[in-house]
Design a binder for this molecule. Structure first.
Ligand code: GLA
Length: 376
């Protein structure tokens, strides 16, 4: 009896403690639930030879789990999420998903392109956030797992039809996740269109390097290679001004604890929710823009991207009403998003790097979430 209750206790705690490692290079496939219309959702795990692994589902291309070692070789799941599809269908703040067709905000849920005004799905009062009412985070992606020279990969494809959420053109998107041999989750985005359209894709993973269940991210240390950020109004829509981080609580040019100036950062609700300018144009190859580290576990996340902007978001809207994996309660400031992207409201801001994709052109973006530890 005592053995049985001990076993049950271990089983109950295991999602909180340690679900890894799996060994690869390999991928596996398992059912992850069914949508109301009968569509079956599949989960894929991508594991490398070090035992690091990611779980990704065909619904929203969501990274539901990401297991990486700490400095003592202990694995933990370092992204917020749910154990099952029901959690994602009940509504959630974009945990781990592919975000598009246009990530971030579109003022007044409209833009004018080549003289024509398009109305898009409004989600944020009269504005649009993260692709509209049913953005890429709620779409079912066609999946093709494979073993590549870089590691096990999952190629996800989705065609966003002309006028979907009001956006023009049939947009063919391919997003490939690769779990590399050196503990990076690499995301390659690719899109083509048959009519001019804005495109701005990102991944919206919520990281907590001490584990998704570990609570406050206040002690995480962040360094961000950005001299400037796009100033925004109280609804987080850009004013068009690009301002210096110098002498503001937004200056992360030197490694700084995220919690140190969190209150000074202001906002409603309080915390960081802003777009950093790491360049004024995308780059052909990903470059290192941010380093996040967690002192207790020694886990380090380096972010490399081709994108000119990074939205830093500290889970300000999390309020403890969401219970995630293994019963973890996600309270305010228990995760950090580093959303690599073009700037918010770019479709209405000719002064920002353009997000317009035209027929014959190819949209490409690559972001690498590279994990390591302080001690080897
Ligand atoms: C982004 C936004 C935030 C919030 C989250 C989702 O990070 O900038 O304001 O909308 O997504 O909750």
């Amino acid at each position: 009896m005592r053995f049985l209750s001990g076993l049950l206790l271990i089983m109950a705690l295991s999602p909180l403690v340690n679900a890894g490692p799996k060994t690869g290079p390999a991928y596996t496939e398992e059912p992850f639930g069914t949508l109301a219309d009968g569509t079956k959702i599949t989960a894929y795990t991508l594991a490398n030879t070090n035992g690091a692994w990611a779980k990704i589902i065909t619904y929203g291309g969501i990274v539901t789990e990401l297991h990486v070692p700490d400095q003592n070789g202990q694995f933990d799941d370092i992204v917020l999420g749910f154990d099952n599809l029901k959690g994602y269908l009940a509504g959630h703040p974009y945990f781990g998903c592919i975000t598009g067709r246009v990530a971030n905000r579109v003022r007044n849920a409209q833009f004018t392109l080549d003289g024509k005004t398009y109305k898009v799905g409004a989600t944020n009062g009269e504005h649009s956030l993260h692709g509209g009412i049913s953005g890429f985070d709620k779409k079912v992606w066609k999946a093709e797992p494979m073993l590549t020279a870089d590691g096990p990969a999952l190629k996800l494809s989705y065609t966003s039809r002309d006028k979907e959420e009001g956006y023009p053109g049939n947009l063919q998107c391919v997003v490939t996740y690769t779990m590399t041999a050196d503990n990076a989750l690499r995301i390659d985005y690719h899109a083509t269109t048959d009519k001019p359209t804005p495109v701005n894709l990102t991944n919206h993973s919520y990281f907590n390097l001490a584990g998704h269940h570990a609570g406050s991210i206040g002690e995480h240390i962040l360094q961000l290679a950005a001299e400037q950020f796009t100033a925004s109004d109280e609804l987080l829509l850009p004013t068009g001004k690009i301002v210096s981080v110098a002498n503001t609580p937004f200056d992360f040019r030197q490694p700084t604890a995220v919690g140190k100036r969190l209150q000074e950062a202001g906002g409603k609700p309080v915390g960081y929710d802003l777009n950093y300018v790491t360049g004024m144009q995308p780059t052909p190859q990903p470059r290192h823009v941010a380093t996040l580290s967690e002192p207790k576990t020694g886990r380090i996340l380096k972010v490399l991207t081709t994108e000119p902007g990074v939205q830093l978001y500290t889970g300000n809207f999390l309020d403890g009403t969401i219970t995630g994996k293994g019963g973890a309660v996600y309270k305010q400031h228990t995760a950090i998003c580093l959303e690599t992207q073009h700037f918010p409201d770019s479709a209405n801001r000719p002064e920002f790097p353009s997000i317009i994709l035209r027929p014959g052109e190819t949209y490409r973006q690559t972001t690498i979430y590279q994990f390591s530890t302080a001690k080897k």
